[in-house]
Design a protein. Structure first.
Length: 117
């Protein structure tokens, strides 16, 4: 099964350029585009079972339209990448679950100097 990526965008040129590059340069990748203005956008994203979701920050009302909590809860292991053409880096959120039995466990997660594995 090839990796799947969903691009959530209202068809900005930037997001379309990223999609074109990924499709051309990554072998055996499945790309799906979802317009966040669709009433069933979150359901379409979940149905695609992606390993990553790319969010186009140029899409108006993206935070309101793309229900992050639902995506992260529905898709364990999902990476959500915030694409911003004005930035030289990207933000990556994951749905990684960490056991927490005490406030100390929470503090250890917050203070970790290396990415969680």
């Amino acid at each position: 099964m090839s990796p799947s990526i969903v691009i959530v965008s209202h068809h900005s040129l930037f997001a379309e350029g990223v999609a074109a590059w990924l499709g051309k340069n990554l072998a055996a990748i499945e790309l799906t585009r979802v317009d966040p203005r669709l009433p069933d956008a979150a359901e379409r994203i979940v149905a695609a079972r992606p390993s990553a979701v790319l969010l186009d920050v140029l899409t108006p009302d993206l935070v309101r339209l793309c229900r992050m909590e639902e995506l992260l809860r529905s898709l364990p292991g999902l990476k959500v990448v915030r694409l911003d053409p004005a930035a030289s880096n990207v933000q990556v959120m994951t749905s990684q679950q960490c056991p927490v039995a005490s406030v100390r466990d929470l503090a250890d997660i917050i203070m970790a100097e290396r990415p969680l594995s």
